[in-house]
Design a protein around this ligand. Structure first.
Ligand code: GLN
Length: 467
């Protein structure tokens, strides 16, 4: 798949299509869609912007590469004046007072938001069924889940309802739905893109990232959103990923690592295991050096992630109590207002995480759970530092199993949490990691050392050619 953005840009510049008709076409497809990928369609907002682009083209002015390109936004980002619900009852009628930095950068480049996309409520989930807008259906098979939490964004890109979409990834929420719907999805290095205006789930691993059908588009959108923002002190300036990075090809002898225990386990589906091993063999035949590595067991990584993610989300969501944001239930006193508002407006899964998180942080337990999880997280980070002294990239499956049917995932939270085994560790390490829709049913994950996004693109492009 070549660049959809470039193709649409050419059509706009050559006047083969007007921006208004392009946007209308996307709005109509989103309106007609039966996959529940949509929370709010931005009809007027998008058409107003499209008219301005058409006026510019009519005057003979040049337009930027992203100008007039329709894109989608996971419904956890603020876009001033539009609803931002986090797929919750709590914020169903909440209008954004300002715009997230990453989204503002896309607006400044002229891209046009057409939709706020369905997702797991507050990012809590791995299937996009934990939402008050109805479960998102997979783009390739409507009986299956879209993956989560950024399921709507992945589906919209797969269906070309949007040229690209912006998801959020705390523990796999871009990479996993990208794999489930056969598109590219990138979680950049923690801090590469400002989190300002992204509703916080677990602040220490939350990342902004793009979905796209081509590496070219992924790269362009990444470059546009990246950079230091004084409103997010964890953000930093970084080098752009260039076309040369994309096309340079992997040099022979590139060291490709993989975690043995990710592969040599019965928890990995047999066909996916075979496909992964075959991929390693092909890469070896291409002259790459394959390096087996040890890693923490999946139970430890998943437990560490969920202890910390639940603690952080319990803390972050404490601000939703009926006073400042969203819905409010009445009660006889303040305490009752808080408890009724929170009981009625959070989903079961979100409540489970708040209760779990408060347990993790509570007096008498925090030393035993929270502090221990922080210590293991540090060990995981140190292990990554060590490993990237030895290898250039690490290859892994995205998920241990093929895409599940709708209706099964949420029945068993523990199994759902374990299905995140391959994505959450890299989040704890803050590493850049990319899903490329090749080889395995749910794609392959490529991970590099911090700030080394360029080699992810080089590797993904190489895999596209050789596999
Ligand atoms: N599935 C993971 C969770 O529920 C990751 C979600 C995310 O990245 N937002 O925590």
């Amino acid at each position: 798949m070549s660049s959809i953005i470039q193709e649409l840009h050419n059509k706009l510049v050559n006047k083969e299509i007007s921006c208004v008709s392009l946007v209308q076409e996307k709005l109509a497809a989103l309106t007609a869609n039966e996959l529940n990928s949509v929370n709010f369609i931005l009809n007027d907002y998008a058409l107003n912007l499209a008219k301005k682009v058409d006026a510019k083209i009519a005057k003979g002015e040049s337009i930027g590469i992203l100008e007039g390109i329709p894109f989608g936004i996971k419904d956890v980002y603020l876009l001033q004046g539009t609803y931002s619900s986090a797929s919750s009852d709590f914020l169903k009628k909440y209008k954004s007072p300002y715009t997230a930095t990453a989204i503002q950068k896309l607006l400044d480049a002229g891209a046009i938001p057409v939709v706020k996309e369905n997702c797991d409520s507050f990012g809590h989930g791995s299937s996009s069924e934990n939402t008050v807008f109805g479960p998102v259906k997979n783009a390739l098979d409507a009986n299956k889940v879209a993956g989560g939490s950024s399921g709507g964004s992945a589906v919209n890109v797969a269906k070309e309802y949007t040229a690209f979409s912006i998801g959020g990834d705390t523990g796999g929420s871009i990479r996993q739905p990208a794999g489930y719907n056969g598109v590219y999805g990138l979680k950049p290095t923690y801090g590469k893109i400002s989190r300002y205006g992204l509703m916080a789930y677990a602040s220490s691993t939350d990342c902004v990232g793009p979905f796209a059908k081509s590496l070219e588009d992924l790269q362009l959108v990444l470059n546009t959103m990246a950079g230091k923002d004084f409103r997010d002190q964890t953000s930093f300036d970084s080098e752009q990923v260039t076309n040369d990075h994309l096309t340079s090809g992997l040099t022979k002898g590139t060291k490709i690592g993989y975690y043995k225990n990710f592969i040599e386990t019965d928890a990995l589906n047999a066909e996916m295991k075979a496909a992964f091993k075959e991929t390693l063999a092909k890469l070896e035949a291409e002259g790459m050096e394959i390096v087996p590595l040890d890693f923490f067991d999946a139970d430890t990584v998943v437990a560490t992630y969920y202890a910390l993610a639940m603690a952080e989300t319990a803390s972050n969501l404490a601000r939703l109590d009926g006073t400042m944001y969203g819905n409010r239930a009445e009660g006889k006193d303040l305490k009752e207002i808080y408890s009724v508002t929170r009981s009625e407006n959070f989903t079961e899964e979100t409540k489970r995480r708040i209760v779990g998180g408060n347990q993790v942080l509570s007096q008498g337990h925090s030393e035993e759970i929270y502090n221990k999880a922080q210590a293991i997280r540090q060990n995981i980070s140190n292990k990554f530092d060590e490993d990237f002294n030895t290898v250039d990239v690490i290859l892994s499956p995205v998920t241990p199993n093929p895409v599940p049917e709708i209706g099964n995932v949420m029945k068993d939270p523990k199994t759902m949490y374990l299905s995140d085994a391959y994505t959450v560790g890299f989040s704890l390490g803050g590493l850049p990691t990319l899903t490329t829709p090749v080889a395995l049913e749910t794609g392959l994950q490529i991970t590099a050392a911090k700030r080394q996004e360029a080699i992810l693109f080089t590797t993904a492009n190489f895999l596209k050619q050789v596999l």
